[in-house]
Structures are given as C-alpha cells and as structure tokens.
Design a binder for this molecule. Structure first.
Ligand code: V0V
Length: 164
C-alpha cells in the first residue's frame, strides 16, 4: 500500500480528539483539583442515567463549543452497576476513555466495523450536550476504550466560560 493511499483511507473518519474521560471516585474533589489547581474551566455539568454517570466537562480559557481543542471529561459513578464503578473497582482513578469527534457517528461506526473494529452499540446513544455516541470495544482498539462523538449544532447545557 502506498503512503498516499494510507492517508486517503484514514482522513474521513475522525475530525479531532473531542475529549479525554477520567474516572473519578469523588466528583467534588476532582472538580476542585482540575479548576483550582490545574486551571481548567467547567463548561458542562450533568448526569447521564443511561450510562450511569455524573459528568463534568472542562475546557481551557477562551474555548468555544465549536472549537476543536479537546475537553476533559470527569466521570463519577451514579450507582454500583455503572461502568465507571466497575472501572474504579478494577483500576486506579484515571483515564477511562479517549473520545474522537466524528461528523456522522453511524457512518464512522460502519467504516470502522468494515475494518474489523467491534462497536459496542448497534445504534448511537445519547451523550454530553445531546451528542450521539458509540464506543469501540477496547479489545479491538489496542486496549483503549474509544468513544465516537457526533456533536449537535446546538449543544444542550454548554456553559460559556465567562459564566462558568
Ligand atoms: C474494560 N476494559 C478496558 C476498559 N474497561 N480497557 C480499556 N479501557 C477501559 N475503560 C477491558 C478490561 O480490562 C478487560 O480486559 C476487558 O476490557 C473486558 O472487561 P470487563 O470488565 O469484562 O468488561 P466491562 O463489563 O467492564 O465492560 C467494558 C466495556 C464497558 C468497555 C464494555 O466499560 C462499556 O460498556 N463502556 C462503554 C460505556 C461507558 O464507558 N460509559 C461511561 C462513559 P481483559 O482483562 O479481559 O484483558 S459515558 C460518556 O462517555 C458519555 C455520556 C459521553 O461522553 O457523552
């Protein structure tokens, strides 16, 4: 395979790194660390009952929702059945997932499936800001849980930094 065909094959799947997700046992302590010590800004707070998580999104100063600068996502378990609770039982707090932004989550999942990647869901689920999300099983992506995120044009719950 020539170098140019590798680039052409890959360029249509992902737009950028959307966010990196950290599993945290104590949301208040994690927010304090990330804002007061590390200097991030809170741009979203919410709960996703289906995913069993309480979540906070963080961004750097000047960040706008449409930017391609990656955000940080803090994930705390809502209950014992939560994937985050299971993750924290087996691992230390830390990186649980990396999320890649896509233009069309169904199309991206279809392309990756044809390339041998195992998607977790048959159809997209509801994510942060009203996004449409799916995940690649870590067993098919070198041990990393990859999330695919299709962001909506009009975000639900984005907190502009000046107001955060
Ligand atoms: C498990 N494994 C991981 C992993 N979790 N590897 C890398 N990163 C992770 N986060 C490995 C684990 O070490 C095992 O490897 C293997 O996968 C199977 O683990 P398991 O314990 O049997 O499986 P479960 O039951 O923990 O499930 C793992 C999966 C689960 C990935 C299937 O976590 C899942 O459904 N995740 C997708 C949903 C999610 O993460 N939601 C929370 C974020 P060995 O030991 O066999 O080698 S919600 C979110 O991001 C939102 C709302 C958003 O962004 O909008």
């Amino acid at each position: 395979m020539s170098e140019s065909s590798v680039v052409t094959d890959n360029q249509d799947v992902f737009l950028c790194v959307d966010h990196v997700g950290y599993a945290v046992p104590d949301m208040d302590a994690a927010v304090k660390l990330h804002t007061e010590v590390l200097g991030w800004h809170v741009v979203f707070r919410g709960r996703n009952e289906e995913q069993g998580v309480e979540e906070v999104m963080l961004a750097t100063n000047g960040h706008d929702y449409t930017d391609r600068d990656a955000e940080i996502q803090l994930l705390a378990p809502l209950n014992e059945q939560s994937t985050i609770a299971k993750f924290l039982e087996k691992n230390r707090p830390g990186v649980q997932q990396v999320a890649y932004r896509v233009a069309d989550v169904e199309k991206a999942a279809e392309i990756l499936t044809t390339r041998g990647v195992k998607m977790l869901y048959d159809a997209p689920k509801h994510g942060t800001y009203g996004s449409r999300i799916n995940f690649c099983h870590p067993k098919s992506t070198g041990g990393i849980l990859l999330e695919l995120v299709e962001r909506p044009a009009e975000p639900e719950g984005f907190i502009p930094i000046a107001e955060a």
